[in-house]
Design a protein around this ligand. Structure first.
Ligand code: 6PG
Length: 463
């Protein structure tokens, strides 16, 4: 019997995905050029539906036509190298699916190159980490209707389920859109994580909350509208012990990144749109990496002792509300980016469906995605234009302001909270001081300006 799907690359994600297919009784061929990796997976899976291969040609012939092969190899050169080795073994109409975190422009290039050989190439974002890949990830492919038709039955079986038990997979749009949507997902992921980290910092630094009590706070938040995967795993991270110590206290305060957050910001700059919360969250990671400089400067600058803090119960109430508002704004920022990209790249995105599939399996899944799904029209990503959504954000504004002020007054960095606040103020300002910028530009560089009282472009001899 031939396999319905093949997977190349048996790292953590590839191996888990292969097992997921096998567990759903879908015959899967799993390939890795290291025989020991293949053997380890076959032994672990113990499934008649999973066949291991370490010879590429045999792997390819084990697949039913048209062949569907998911690449689970690191983004960048390994994807191109694998395609190069694989293509001569394929036939017209076969489908290569890149399930890694590839940059969408690489996906567009690869789609075009393989099109010339009549081989379909699909960029497909997969979210959910190892557990998600094994038990049900959120899957974001971007491809043609025909290719989607042949992938759909397979992917729907292994995907997570949304709040209405529908599979968390959809063809998000035209080629390239899958990896684009995953990139923005990761940008939002950066923002939500930074907001969680700033909340933790305020609670620990200002109120001396222990890790165990922090877990209790996050547990209570998780029972509210803030219920989310990131809140759940924050509880676990706070609770974890190593011996008698909390593991969290032993982890170096330097956060890494694999690049998707950086691409999100770079893309926003190219599109000419603002992504303040996501970008500040990325910068917060970069600043964290300046550990030696931070230590050197920290020794020279004395921090003021926090005073006049609100009682903890009051602060917790504000924090819950501020976090809710900031989360709403982070999602709004991500969807606005998707909206602008949709116009720029003609992705043909269905915004409501994207919010729906993010309800399950992915890292940014959260209760509030139910409301977000309802708030989004299919053809627009401007969440704040929804009356109820805007009202929810506005009602959290006082808390958001107070949390940001507390951070500023106690000299604690609250970059993501402040960015959320400022971007909301800017986006809801019917008048910004940009007339001043325009006046200055025209004075020193004759860059011209437009007027509110007449049409046209103007220049003034200012001096
Ligand atoms: C997911 C994650 C996953 C991974 C990213 C981000 O959706 O499952 O986003 O893809 O966590 O690589 O990692 P960095 O924080 O290292 O950029």
């Amino acid at each position: 019997m031939k396999s319905a799907i093949g997977i190349i690359g048996l790292g953590v994600m590839g191996a888990s995905l292969a097992q997921n297919f096998a567990n759903k009784k879908i015959q899967v061929s799993a390939y890795n050029h290291h025989k020991d990796k293949v053997d380890a997976l076959v032994k672990k899976a113990k499934s008649p539906h999973l066949i291991g291969h370490d010879i590429l040609k045999k792997f390819v012939t084990s697949l039913e036509a048209p062949r569907k092969i998911i690449l689970m190899v690191p983004a960048g050169d390994p994807v191109d190298e694998t395609i190069k080795k694989l293509t001569p073994l394929l036939s017209k109409g076969d489908i290569i699916i890149d399930g890694g975190n590839s940059f969408f422009r690489d996906t567009l290039r690869r789609t075009e190159e393989l099109n010339k050989k009549s081989i379909h190439f699909v960029g497909m974002g997969i979210s959910g980490g190892e557990k998600g890949a094994l038990e049900g990830p959120c899957i974001m492919p971007g491809t043609s209707k025909t290719v989607w038709k042949s992938l759909r039955p397979l992917l729907e079986k292994i995907a997570a389920k949304d709040f209405s038990k529908k599979p968390c997979v959809v063809n998000v749009g035209a080629p390239g859109a899958g990896h684009y949507v995953k990139m923005v997902h990761n940008g939002i992921e950066y923002a939500l994580m930074q907001l969680m980290a700033e909340s933790y910092d305020l609670l620990k630094g200002l109120y001396g909350i222990s890790n165990d009590n922090m877990a209790t706070v996050f547990e209570s938040f998780n029972d509210t509208r803030l219920g989310s995967y990131l809140m759940e795993i924050s509880i676990t991270v706070c609770q974890k012990k190593e011996g008698t110590k909390g593991l969290l206290d032993l982890i170096l305060d330097v956060s890494g990144n694999k690049g998707t957050g950086k691409w999100t910001t770079q893309e926003a700059l190219d599109l000419g749109i603002a992504l303040p919360i996501i970008t500040e969250s990325l910068f917060a990671r970069y600043i964290s990496s300046e550990k030696n400089l931070r230590i050197a400067l920290g020794k020279k600058v004395e921090r003021k002792k926090p005073e006049d803090l609100p009682p903890l119960t009051v602060f917790l109430e504000m924090l819950e509300s501020a976090l809710y508002g900031a989360f709403l704004l982070a999602y709004a920022e991500g969807f606005m980016m998707l909206d602008r990209a949709n116009t720029a790249y003609k992705f043909d995105l269905d915004f409501r469906e994207i919010a729906r599939i993010w309800q399950g399996g992915c890292i940014i899944r959260a209760k509030m995605l139910k409301d977000i799904t309802k708030a989004l029209p299919r053809n627009s990503g401007i969440l704040l234009m929804d009356k109820k959504y805007l009202k929810d954000v506005v009602s959290s504004m006082d808390s958001l302001k107070n949390i940001a002020i507390t951070g500023v007054l106690t000299e604690k960095p609250v970059a993501a909270y402040s960015a959320a606040l400022n971007s909301f103020y800017s986006m809801t300002s019917t008048h910004l001081p940009s007339n001043m910028i325009q006046g200055l530009r025209d004075l020193f560089g004759a860059h011209t300006y437009q007027r509110i009282d007449k049409k046209g472009t103007f220049h003034t001899n200012w001096l």
